[in-house]
Design a protein around this ligand. Structure first.
Ligand code: NDP
Length: 317
C-alpha cells in the first residue's frame, strides 16, 4: 500500500532508523486519527444570534445538511421579536407581526435540522483549523462560525437608569406599552424606532411626548407623516432629557428636560419613558479579535478562503 505523504513526520527520513521512524509514523497516524475523531465531535456550523440574519443562515446551513447549532442568546428572535407590524418584509403585502415572522423562520430552520440553545457567547478563540467559542461556561469547537449577534438598545446613561429599567423606563413599547393605559408617556429619539414606538403607544397612553434633540425627525417620511397626523403624539423639539424623576416607590413619575436652543428647563409628568435612540452592536465577545468598524460592528467577512477557517459575520440590512 502506498503511504500517504502527510503521515511522514517532518525531519525524519526512512533510511537506517527503522524503529524510530515507525514510532514516529504511528504517533502521526494516531494524531491524524484523533483529529478525525475531533472533527466528527466538532460542530460543523455554529450560528451566534437568532434574529432574522441568524435564522436565515440557519435555514441555509440546515438545508445543506450541516445541522447548525444556533446560540440564541439573551434575546431570542432579536429585535424583530420586540417590534410590531413589519411592513417592509417582501412577501407580506399586509405586513406581518415581528414575533410571528421570527416564529415562522425558527420553525422553518428547525424543520430542516437546525438545533437551538439559549446560551450566550462570552469568549472566542480562532484556531488554525477551527474556531472555539465559549457559550455560557462551556467551550465549543466548530469548523465554521457565523456571527449574526445583532445589537442591543442604547440608553442615555443618566443617573438611576439601571434602577429604573422595568420601573417606568424601557426600550420596548411592544413589551411594556400595554402597562401604561390612560397615562402620559414619553418616547426619546427621532428615528423610525421612535416613530414606531410612539404610534404603537397611542393605543394605550393618554398622551405621547416625542422628545427629540433636533427640530427634524430622522425617521422615514411615511413614518414621520403618520406621527404628525396622530393627535395623541406631541413632538418636543430641540430637547434633551437631563434627569429621570422617580416617585417615592422608585417608579417613573416625570422627566426633567432642557431645550438645547434656549436652555430652558421644565418637567414633563410621564409614567414611562421609552428610549429609542439606536443600538450598540453585540460584539463584546469578539472585541479586539475581529476587525471592527468605529462603531464596534464586526466588518463583513471577505469571500471565504477555504484553506483558513474563519468566522463569518452577517448583518441584516
Ligand atoms: P436611528 O439611528 O435611525 O435613530 C436614532 C435616533 O435617536 C436619532 O433621531 C438620533 O438623533 C437619536 N439619538 C441618538 N443618540 C441620542 C442621544 N444620546 N440622545 C438623544 N437622542 C439620540 O435608530 P433607529 O433605531 O430609529 O433605526 C435604526 C434602523 O432601523 C434605521 O435604518 C431605521 O430606518 C430602521 N427601522 C425601520 C423601521 C420601519 O421601517 N418600520 C422601524 C424601526 C427601525 P439624531 O437624529 O439627531 O441623530
Amino acid at each position: 500500500m502506498r503511504r500517504r505523504r502527510s503521515y511522514r513526520p517532518r525531519g525524519v527520513s526512512h533510511g537506517g532508523r527503522g524503529t524510530e521512524c515507525s514510532l514516529a509514523i504511528r504517533a502521526t497516524t494516531l494524531c491524524s486519527g484523533l483529529r478525525r475523531v475531533l472533527d466528527l465531535l466538532m460542530e460543523k456550523v455554529i450560528i451566534v444570534g437568532s434574529g432574522c440574519a441568524g435564522l436565515t443562515a440557519a435555514i441555509y446551513a440546515a438545508r445543506a445538511n450541516l445541522s447548525p447549532l444556533v446560540l440564541e442568546g439573551r434575546q431570542p428572535g432579536g429585535q424583530l421579536s420586540t417590534t410590531t407590524l413589519v411592513e417592509n418584509y417582501p412577501g407580506f403585502p399586509d405586513g406581518i407581526d415581528g414575533p410571528q415572522l421570527i416564529l415562522n423562520m425558527h420553525q422553518q430552520a428547525e424543520k430542516f435540522g437546525a438545533r437551538f440553545s439559549y446560551s450566550e457567547v462570552t469568549d472566542f478563540e480562532p484556531r488554525n483549523s477551527h474556531v472555539r467559542i465559549k457559550a455560557d461556561d462551556e467551550w465549543l469547537e466548530t469548523q465554521a462560525l457565523i456571527i449574526a449577534s445583532g445589537a442591543s438598545a442604547r440608553y442615555l446613561g443618566l443617573e438611576n437608569e439601571e434602577k429604573l429599567i422595568g420601573h417606568g423606563l424601557t426600550s420596548c413599547a411592544t413589551c411594556d406599552g400595554a402597562f401604561y393605559k390612560n397615562v402620559p408617556v414619553a418616547v426619546i429619539g427621532g428615528g423610525d424606532s421612535a416613530a414606531e414606538e410612539s404610534l404603537f403607544l397611542t393605543r394605550f397612553a393618554s398622551h405621547v411626548y416625542l422628545i427629540h434633540r433636533r427640530d427634524k425627525l430622522r425617521a422615514s417620511k411615511i413614518m414621520a407623516d403618520r406621527v404628525f397626523a396622530n393627535k395623541k403624539i406631541e413632538p418636543i423639539w430641540n430637547t434633551v432629557v437631563t434627569r429621570y424623576v422617580p416617585d417615592e416607590k422608585g417608579e417613573m413619575r416625570a422627566v426633567r428636560v432642557r431645550n438645547v436652543k434656549t436652555n430652558e428647563e421644565r418637567e414633563l409628568p410621564v409614567a414611562c419613558v421609552f428610549v429609542a435612540i439606536g443600538h450598540d452592536p453585540n460584539t463584546k465577545a469578539f472585541a479586539g479579535k475581529l476587525d471592527a468598524d468605529p462603531e464596534g460592528y464586526s466588518k463583513q467577512s471577505p469571500p471565504p478562503d477555504r484553506a483558513v477557517p474563519q468566522p463569518w459575520t452577517r448583518r441584516n440590512t
